[in-house]
Design a protein around this ligand. Structure first.
Ligand SMILES: CC(=O)SCCNC(=O)CCNC(=O)[C@H](O)C(C)(C)COP(=O)(O)OP(=O)(O)OC[C@H]1O[C@@H](n2cnc3c(N)ncnc32)[C@H](O)[C@@H]1OP(=O)(O)O
Ligand SMILES: O=CC(=O)O
Ligand SMILES: [Mg+2]
Length: 543
């Protein structure tokens, strides 16, 4: 059957658009694209709930005292000799990747930045309002065709692509997030399938014709069974469009504690399509808190003290590199959350810190890294250039074979450090401001000189919950209780009002953010993801 025959209009019996009309949506919801979405939902949406249920089953065991470990039943995969299928030419050199949400100006700036790859983000840095997820698809379609343009309404500045834009990779939503504006057989569909379907459908031909391809970042995997689900989605799509197996390429973030014990297995399940793993450090730290939430000996200190040189994070980075390179896959580093400062001296310190962070990654053997802002690209590039040298375009040759095996106990090692009143108050102010931004439709914001997104904010709010839950004492002797949190929340809300100004405060959604923050930090059980209740508030205000 030819592709055209397969793309004949089909009766879209099960699929229903439940969102309000967004300008330009007809360009996204074409007959062919909707037909693909319906097929994907029919085959794969139902399995997502079963995969999410498996996460819960494992968590129940861990809550009872079990610790995550390498799986006995997949030992043969870990011990076996095999490699991934291969890495396309334009993904061999990924020494610096910029990331950012799928806003029009941001996309153009990111593709023009002095980087190898742009990860266009429907995930941690995007609050997925109906408008943003549709507009993001339109923006990426125009970017792939090279026609994307933007004129800033305030300055009149015009934006268009340079001659040699970065390679594009789209990051789709995690499996836990539904897209409530589209229903299949009466149920909201997985946001991941929505993002995958439309980005693939509207762009694969143009990408392949330019010598690139449909490339994806897959976030927040928790097991190799979830990777197997993605492998089936990719294989089905390739077959439907008569593409060679392995045409779709993906990079999986290893950003949950359970997944770090299944890296070989994830690579194996996806071996036709995968090219790299990535250390998504912020979600990983959040996942460490969440997974071990009932283990009183593994409560984290102030967020600022949990840096990549801490033993449990160093073990994670080194094991990821060793695992990837053994299988021929790239081992990407993660995000230093710094962003440039306006003041020259402050900016010098920012660049110094970024440089130190990137040196640690490059020295460990990572093949590349992430930056949150174009102003950091040169610094990261200089570090990786120095470590990669002139004879290579990555560090695949660093095998870490002589390293002692990295043990489960190292990955789970408690993290030393203080829990301070300053740290707790900072967590409250960061979480407040981030939640306010997210429920107002902005998924990534600068707060106190750092990039804050869904992953970094999760650490702040989950830490507060964990300190309350385990009745920790702060370094000044204060016992962390629900009452203390409530007292501090009132004070910090007032401080935030002073910081942002009463005009911004009154027109913002800070009170709603405070209510949500109080709810999720004082709940008996840790809420799985901040973005789940956040999505209800985000979408409630849509017309
Ligand atoms: C844990 C994780 O998942 S990390 C990955 C997800 N997070 C991200 O991707 C963060 C991406 N970064 C950002 O969103 C932004 O850098 C922010 C929100 C933190 C700060 O943005 P701003 O406040 O606009 O920064 P600033 O004013 O310094 O920007 C200066 C210019 O750089 C551009 N810029 C800033 N960050 C980016 C970026 N990531 N990509 C492209 N352009 C960018 C701005 O658009 C602006 O352009 P202009 O001069 O043409 O107007
Ligand atoms: O997605 C990246 C992370 O650090 O989380
Ligand atoms: Mg993440």
């Amino acid at each position: 059957m030819t592709e055209q025959m397969m793309e004949q209009p089909q009766t879209l019996t099960g699929l229903k658009l439940a969102g309000h009309h967004i300008q330009g949506q007809e360009e996204v919801f074409t007959e062919g694209a909707m037909s693909l979405l319906e097929s994907l939902c029919a085959r794969f949406a139902g399995d997502v709930d079963a995969l999410l249920a498996k996460r819960k089953e494992r968590q129940v065991r861990i809550d009872k005292g079990e610790l995550p470990d390498f799986l006995p039943e997949t030992r043969a995969i870990r011990d076996g000799k095999w490699t991934i299928r291969g890495i396309p030419t334009d993904l061999q050199d990924r020494r610096v990747e910029i990331t950012g949400p799928v806003d029009r100006k941001m996309i153009i700036n990111a593709l023009n930045a002095d980087v190898k790859v742009f990860m266009a983000d429907f995930e941690d840095s995007l609050a997925p309002s109906w408008e943003k997820v549709i507009q993001g698809q339109i923006n990426l379609r125009d970017a792939v065709r090279g026609t994307i343009e933007y004129k800033a309404p305030d300055t009149g500045k015009e934006y268009r692509l340079n001659d040699n834009p970065a390679v594009l990779i789209a990051r789709v939503r995690g499996l836990h997030l539904k897209e409530k504006h589209v229903e299949f057989n009466g149920q909201s569909i997985p946001g991941a399938l929505f993002d995958f379907c439309f980005y693939f459908y509207h762009n694969y031909r143009q990408l392949l014709s330019k010598g690139s391809g449909p490339y994806f970042y897959i976030p927040k995997l928790e097991s190799h069974l979830e990777a197997r689900w993605w492998a089936k989605v990719f294989a089905f799509t390739e077959e439907r469009f008569c593409l060679e197996p392995g045409t779709i390429k993906c990079t999986c973030l290893i950003e949950t504690l359970p997944a770090v014990f299944e890296m070989d297995e994830i690579l194996y399940e996806l071996r036709s399509n995968i090219v790299a793993l990535n250390c998504g450090r912020w979600d990983y730290i959040f996942s460490y808190i969440k997974t071990l939430k009932h283990h009183s000996d593994r409560v984290l200190p102030d967020r600022q003290q949990v840096t990549m040189d801490k033993p449990f994070l160093s073990a994670y980075s080194r094991l990821l590199i060793k695992t990837c390179h053994k299988r021929g896959a790239l081992a990407m580093g993660g995000m230093a959350a710094f962003i440039p400062a306006k003041d020259a001296e402050a900016n010098r310190l920012v660049l110094e810190r970024v440089c130190k962070d990137k040196e640690l990654e490059a020295r460990n053997g990572h093949d590349g890294t992430w930056v949150a802002h174009p102003g950091l690209a040169q610094t990261a590039m200089a570090v990786f250039n120095q470590f990669i040298g002139d004879d290579h375009c990555n560090q695949l040759h660093i095998t870490r074979d002589v390293d002692a095996p990295i043990l489960a106990s190292e990955l789970l090692a408690p993290c030393e450090g203080e829990r301070t009143e300053h740290g707790m108050r900072l967590n409250i102010r960061i979480a407040l401001q981030y939640i306010e931004a997210w429920i107002s439709g902005n998924g990534c914001v600068p707060i106190y000189g750092l990039m804050e997104d869904a992953a970094t904010a999760e650490i702040s709010r989950a830490s507060i919950w964990q300190w309350i839950h385990h009745q920790k004492h702060l370094s000044n002797g204060k016992l962390v209780t629900k009452a203390l949190l409530k007292e501090m929340l009132v004070e910090e809300l007032a401080n935030v009002k002073e910081e942002v100004g009463s005009e911004r405060f009154t027109h913002g959604r800070f009170t709603q953010a405070a209510v949500l923050l109080e709810e999720i930090t004082t709940a008996d059980e840790l809420v799985d993801f901040l973005t789940l209740p956040g999505y209800e508030l985000l979408t409630k205000q849509e017309h």
